[in-house]
Design a protein around this ligand. Structure first.
Ligand SMILES: NC(=O)C1=CN([C@@H]2O[C@H](COP(=O)(O)OP(=O)(O)OC[C@H]3O[C@@H](n4cnc5c(N)ncnc54)[C@H](O)[C@@H]3O)[C@@H](O)[C@H]2O)C=CC1
Ligand SMILES: O=C(O)CCC(=O)C(=O)O
Length: 368
């Protein structure tokens, strides 16, 4: 109870030394430099601009991290979209990566590299927190949502075909094993951060087999977690409840199949933070984890020094906590949130401010 109250009263956004027992970072710093090496995929569109912001802030904060730049220009091998081998080797060696947004061509060309990375490294749980930010007013000021999205199958399995002209079939694949590993992660996450409830979001009234399996795996697993209450909720009810009264989810970890999680997390992001430019995420695997902003490459503002780097910065804060560098995580988080709260002259345009990517970055560095 006290733990919960402390978590609620805290002004922190993400920093917590408590990490779930699954998917823990096992990397070690280089003994000669004392630094960890992190693979860095800078990404497309606004990616290079927001990546520079992270690199400048890490340097100023003296974070013991050196970057290894990864090129993920896609290859086609046996008709499949594939990540180049040096990038795969770098990420398996370092066990952790930070990633800018990667653009996906619509209806042609390579398959989504974002999904390919998640599949390649078995990144089964996508943790997406959304929280009200002090100093930037949105509809609600009490939003504190944590959503964990299944990240490897469901509607994103990529199994689609034309049955006959004008008739296509797209398969939502749900397996016991992938459901179990993400739902177990949600229970472990709830325990680690002191949230007493896991809510499984589903539509098993209609997707009776697919979502039915997801729900029944959760019911079986909940017997191993008597300290955590399990609730199940139809996704349409969740959407209505979240937009009507998000405060009722502040002690909850929500977990759901892939597509529901993609959509619900953008809703949470708009409701809580008020901009996609603020929402971070962690893609957790058993061996490797990749941290990225929830937003895409924002082609409409790319190359204009307008993008808000906060979502990637807060993703890097999640990454530092994952790596056990909690003091550096705290320092960066505090400086970023303090800068946003300090006034519109230090906020980017998506937050009704007048700062550029680079002037925001300088303001954060001054606060470190
Ligand atoms: N995980 C990833 O790498 C993702 C990649 N994508 C890809 O990104 C591309 C563009 O996707 P869209 O649907 O346009 O979504 P988007 O997230 O790139 O942009 C949506 C809106 O949010 C704004 N926005 C996004 N990030 C911002 C930031 N940091 N600062 C200020 N404003 C920001 C954009 O300017 C735009 O108005 C597509 O190719 C898509 O496939 C989309 C989502 C996730
Ligand atoms: O890969 C993409 O183009 C979009 C991915 C996306 O929206 C996500 O799953 O985060």
């Amino acid at each position: 109870m006290l733990r919960l109250q402390l978590a609620r009263n805290s002004r922190r956004f993400l920093s917590t030394k408590k990490q779930p027992s699954i998917g823990r970072f096992t990397g070690k710093p280089d003994p000669s430099t004392g630094k960890f090496t992190v693979s860095f995929i800078e990404g497309d569109g606004v990616g290079p601009e927001i990546s520079k912001s992270v690199k400048d802030i890490f340097k100023a904060a003296d974070v013991p991290v050196q970057w290894e730049k990864c090129d993920v220009t896609p290859l086609f091998i046996n008709g499949l979209t594939t990540i180049p081998d040096p990038a795969v080797k770098s990420i398996y060696k370092n066990l952790v990566a930070l990633k800018g947004p990667l653009a996906t061509p619509i209806g042609k060309g390579h398959r989504s590299l974002n999904l390919t990375l998640r599949k390649t490294f078995g990144l089964f749980a996508n943790v997406r927190p959304a929280k009200s930010i002090e100093g930037f007013k949105t509809t609600y000021d009490n939003v504190d949502l944590v959503l964990i999205r299944e990240n490897t199958e469901g509607e994103y399995s990529g199994i689609e075909h034309v049955v006959s002209p004008g008739v296509v079939q797209s398969i939502k694949l749900i397996t016991h094993d992938a459901s179990e590993r993400v739902i177990r992660y949600a229970f472990e996450y709830a325990r680690a951060v002191g949230r007493p409830k896991v809510v499984v979001v589903h539509k098993s009234t209609i997707q009776r087999l697919a979502d039915g399996l997801f729900v029944s795996v959760a019911q079986d697993l909940s017997k191993e977690y008597p300290d955590i209450e399990l609730q199940t909720e139809l996704i349409d009810n969740t959407v209505l409840n979240v937009v009507s009264n998000p405060g009722t989810y502040s002690d909850v970890v929500a977990v759901c199949p892939n597509l529901y999680g993609d959509i619900l997390s953008d809703l949470n992001s708009g409701l809580g933070a008020g901009s996609l430019g603020l929402t971070p995420s962690a893609n957790i695997g058993h061996q490797v984890s990749i941290f990225e902003a929830v937003h895409g490459s924002a082609p409409d503002i790319a190359g204009q020094n307008k993008a808000n780097p906060t979502a990637l910065l807060l993703s890097s804060v999640m990454m530092l906590n994952h790596m056990g560098l909690a003091d550096h995580a705290d320092a960066i988080e505090k400086a970023v949130l303090g800068t946003i709260a300090s006034g519109p002259e230090n906020r980017t345009g998506d937050l009704a401010g007048s700062a550029s990517t680079s002037s925001f970055t300088e303001a954060v560095i001054k606060r470190l």
